[in-house]
Design a protein around this ligand. Structure first.
Ligand code: NAD
Length: 305
C-alpha cells in the first residue's frame, strides 16, 4: 500500500479560481479586496513568504501594499504602520509577518491589528471567537488543512485526531477546528511522554513541530491520514539522504539544501492511508486561505458600508 497523495497545490489552485469571480464582483462595486503587509527586518524566509502572498494577490487582481521597516525598528515604528493600514480604506486585510525582531513587542503589535481586518486570526478577539465556535478570522494554515481534508472526502467526525505541536499559529487552532468538527482530539508537545505511542492512536495525525523527519513509521497507525505542516531546511547531505526520495537528491546536490517536512516520508508513505507532500501540501493552502479571508473582509466592509 502507498498513501494517497493529498495535493495541496491543486486544492489551493481550485480555491483561488473560486475566488476570482468574487474579486471581480467586489472590484466592480468599488471594493477591490486589498491586503496590507508589515515586514520588519531582512529575514530571507520572511521576504519570500511575503512575496508569495503579494504575488498571489496580483494573480487574482487584488490590491496589496507592503510596508517595510529595518531590523532596528522600534515597537512604536511598527505600531504606526499597523495603524496606517488599519485606517486605510483600500486595505481589508492586515497582516504582520512574523517573526518580529526581538526588541519589538509582538503582543502589542498583534493586539493593535483591527480585529475586523485580522486575516491571520491572531488577535485575542478572533482567538476567543474561535474557542467559542463562532469564528470570524481563523489562522490560515489550520483552516487550509480542514479544507484539504474536506475536499478529499476525509470525514473527521468521531475519529481520533492527534495534533503534535501547540503553537498559537498552527497546533492550538488546529486542535480547536478538529474538535469543532467532532473529532476526539489529543494535543502533544515537547513534554509529551511516549509520543510515538500517542501518535499511533490517531486516525488523523497532524505534525506541526518544526523538526525534520521526526514522525517515523512507528508513529503511524496503518491507514491513518497524515498531515505534514513542517517546513524545515536541510543542508546536511547525510540527513538529506535519509529524508529525501532518490528523485529529489539530485536537486539537493545542485542547490545545497532542500525543504522537508516533520514527517519522514520514505518510511511513513507505505503505511499511511493518505499523506500531504512537502513541498506542495499544506504550504500553498495557507496562502489560498489568506486570500479567501481578505476577499471575505472586503465583502463584509462593503456590506457594512
Ligand atoms: P513552533 O515552534 O511555534 O511550535 C512547535 C511546537 O512543536 C511546540 O508546541 C512544541 O511544543 C512542539 N515540539 C517541539 N519539539 C517537539 C518534540 N521533539 N516532540 C513533540 N513536540 C515538539 O512552530 P509552528 O509555528 O507551530 O510551526 C511548526 C512547523 O510548521 C514549522 O516547521 C513551521 O515552519 C511550519 N509551518 C508551516 C506553515 C505552512 O504554511 N506550511 C505555516 C506555519 C508553520
Amino acid at each position: 500500500m502507498t498513501a494517497e497523495r493529498l495535493d495541496g497545490k491543486a486544492t489551493a489552485q481550485a480555491i483561488r479560481e473560486e475566488l476570482r469571480g468574487e474579486v471581480e464582483r467586489l472590484t466592480a462595486r468599488g471594493a477591490r479586496p486589498g491586503l496590507g503587509v508589515v515586514l520588519v527586518g531582512d529575514d530571507a524566509a520572511s521576504a519570500i513568504y511575503v512575496r508569495n502572498k503579494t504575488t498571489a494577490c496580483e494573480e487574482l487582481g487584488m490590491h496589496h501594499e507592503t510596508k517595510t521597516l529595518p531590523a532596528s525598528a522600534s515597537t512604536e515604528d511598527v505600531l504606526a504602520l499597523v495603524e496606517e493600514l488599519n485606517r486605510s480604506l483600500a486595505i481589508h486585510g492586515v497582516l504582520v509577518q512574523l517573526p518580529l525582531p526581538p526588541q519589538v513587542d509582538a503582543t502589542r503589535v498583534l493586539d493593535l491589528v483591527d480585529p475586523g481586518k485580522d486575516v491571520d486570526g491572531f488577535h485575542p478577539d478572533n482567538v476567543g471567537r474561535l474557542v467559542q465556535k463562532r469564528p470570524r478570522f481563523v489562522p490560515c494554515t489550520p483552516v487550509g488543512i480542514m479544507e484539504l481534508l474536506a475536499r478529499h472526502g476525509i470525514e473527521v467526525s468521531g475519529k481520533r485526531a492527534v495534533v503534535i505541536g501547540r503553537s498559537d499559529i498552527v497546533g492550538k487552532p488546529m486542535a480547536l477546528l478538529l474538535m469543532h468538527a467532532n473529532a476526539t482530539v489529543t494535543v502533544c508537545h515537547s513534554r509529551t511522554r511516549d509520543l510515538a505511542a500517542v501518535a499511533r492512536e490517531a486516525d488523523v495525525l497532524v505534525a506541526a513541530i518544526g523538526r525534520a523527519g521526526l514522525v517515523r513509521a512507528d508513529f503511524v497507525k496503518p491507514g491513518a491520514v497524515v498531515v505534514d505542516v513542517g517546513m524545515n531546511r536541510v543542508e546536511d547531505p547525510a540527513e538529506a539522504r535519509d529524508l529525501l526520495p532518490p528523485a529529489r537528491l539530485a536537486n539537493f546536490e545542485k542547490r545545497g539544501y532542500a525543504l522537508v517536512g516533520d514527517v519522514h516520508a520514505p518510511s511513513v508513505a507505505p503505511i499511511a492511508g493518505a499523506l500531504t507532500p512537502v513541498p506542495g501540501g499544506v504550504g500553498p493552502l495557507t496562502i489560498a486561505l489568506l486570500l479567501k479571508s481578505t476577499v471575505r473582509a472586503a465583502a463584509d466592509a462593503l456590506g457594512a458600508g
